[in-house]
Design a protein around this ligand. Structure first.
Ligand SMILES: Nc1nc2c(ncn2[C@@H]2O[C@H](COP(=O)(O)OP(=O)(O)OP(=O)(O)O)[C@@H](O)[C@H]2O)c(=O)[nH]1
Length: 408
């Protein structure tokens, strides 16, 4: 069996080779190790380590033109379609933003911010990554719809995109004690429906786990003890006990014994993952490692998008979602969900700034009062924070005005 280097006590840096022709991956868990050893490569992967990408087009016509444009691909283009699946709040949108290197998608601690299927496009040299993501509940619906031949277009998208994905990232929130120990039935069903698509386990929110060695137990559970076709061997190393109050699990890999067939219902994890990553998407930690890995998985094929495109969302959709994100942040759920957003103005100002005026139409006066807040505090905070995010997305000055009115 090929014992994993850290079992043998060899320190990490020797594992990492940043030469693109010499991938550090291949044994399934390399990319996960720094976190387990308590020495995350935060200095490499800290926020801002990704090279600053271009801004999103701020004019709908410009964005449409780019989307219609023939992709400006090089002679030998490469492409990878990435599907990101995971529980509500696992950090799908956060990870997608970090992969892009720019906040384009709304993020919220309230569940189900991810409403419509959006795509993020990363173009790096000759390679294009196209990622899409959905909450896992939509996957259940998709699997269900496929099996029962339902024709609900809303449910078809995840299924269609999943079918065409080149790789699936299964995102798990390791700070969630309730869900972190097993994959949901929706995710397991999805993985077993598409066993031919390579899948990768991504443990997110690693920054919130104090005892990093717990992560190894999670890896064992979420992979059913098998990664990249090799059986993981857990053992304990007394040398490390001083660093952890609990026993320190060790992982190595050996050839798997023929795995007896298990029914999905009895499975907690998926034995088909080819790689594991541990990261903190919020802080951009180890996201670059994942990004480099994905870039290297790309196969020869035509680009789908012009290199100037970061997302398939229109500038107005980005704006609506960011404003909605802020409403979700500061108001009880029933208020933002009842708001109808109407953009009244979207034009360039005299100094090149973007002038946006949006009406927030609510069904009740009580909602209006909550949205405005005492002395207008809530609405001005929403406008200020959304304006800041939009400035970072479009890289221009933004004048955002929000007006609240009750539906007549
Ligand atoms: N501490 C920490 N928080 C994170 C991390 N990644 C995401 N979050 C937070 O988790 C919450 C949910 O993140 P999202 O990216 O909106 O999650 P999602 O999976 O897209 O959520 P849905 O839209 O509900 O499907 C937000 O408050 C994020 O700031 C992380 O690595 N560390």
């Amino acid at each position: 069996p090929t014992a994993h280097p850290w079992v043998l006590g060899s320190p990490l840096p020797s594992l990492r080779c940043w030469d693109p022709h010499c991938p550090p991956w291949g044994n399934g868990i390399t990319a996960a190790l720094p976190w387990v050893l308590g020495s995350p490569l935060s200095s490499l992967g800290a926020r801002g380590s990704l090279s600053a990408p271009q801004p999103v087009s701020r004019a709908a016509e410009e964005q449409e033109r780019l989307l219609r444009h023939r992709p400006d691909q090089p002679r030998s283009p490469k492409v990878l379609k990435v599907a990101i699946i995971g529980a509500p709040n696992a950090g799908k949108s956060t990870l997608s933003n970090q992969l892009l290197g720019r906040k384009v998608f709304a993020v919220s601690k309230k569940v189900h911010t991810t409403r419509c299927q959006a795509q993020g496009i990363v173009t790096s040299e000759d390679t294009q990554l196209v990622s899409s993501w959905w909450p896992e509940r939509s996957l259940t619906a998709a699997v269900f719809s496929f099996r029962h031949k339902l024709n609900e277009s809303m449910l078809k998208d995840p299924w269609e995109s999943m079918k065409h994905a080149d790789i699936v990232l299964v995102l798990v929130d390791v700070s969630d004690h309730w869900t972190r120990n097993c994959l949901s039935q929706e995710v397991l069903k999805c993985l077993s429906q598409f066993p031919q698509i390579p899948s990768v386990l991504v443990l997110n929110k690693v920054d919130l786990v104090k005892k990093k060695f717990i992560l190894l137990d999670l890896v064992a559970e979420l992979t059913e003890g098998i990664v990249n076709g090799q059986k993981l061997k857990m053992r304990y190393n007394p040398e490390h006990n001083s660093r952890s109050s609990s026993k320190t699990p060790k992982i190595s890999q050996q050839d798997p014994k023929p795995c007896e067939h298990k029914h999905l219902k009895n499975m907690k994890g998926w034995p088909g993952f080819q790689e594991i990553f541990m990261l903190a998407a919020l802080h951009g930690e180890e996201v670059d490692t994942l990004k480099q890995y994905l870039l290297m998985q790309a196969k020869p094929g035509p680009w789908e998008f012009h290199s100037g495109v970061l997302t398939n969302q229109s500038p107005q959709e980005i704006c609506d979602n960011i404003i909605r994100e802020k409403m979700l942040e500061y108001l009880p759920l029933e208020v933002p969900y009842g708001v109808h957003q109407v953009t009244e103005m979207w034009e360039e100002g005299p100094s090149g700034e973007l002038l946006i005026m949006q009406n927030l139409v609510v069904p009740r006066k009580s909602h209006m009062m909550m949205l405005i807040g005492r002395k207008g505090k809530i609405i001005s905070r929403i406008a200020q924070e959304a304006g800041q995010d939009l400035m970072n997305a479009f890289l221009c000055d933004i004048r955002l005005k929000l007006r609240v009115e009750v539906k007549s």
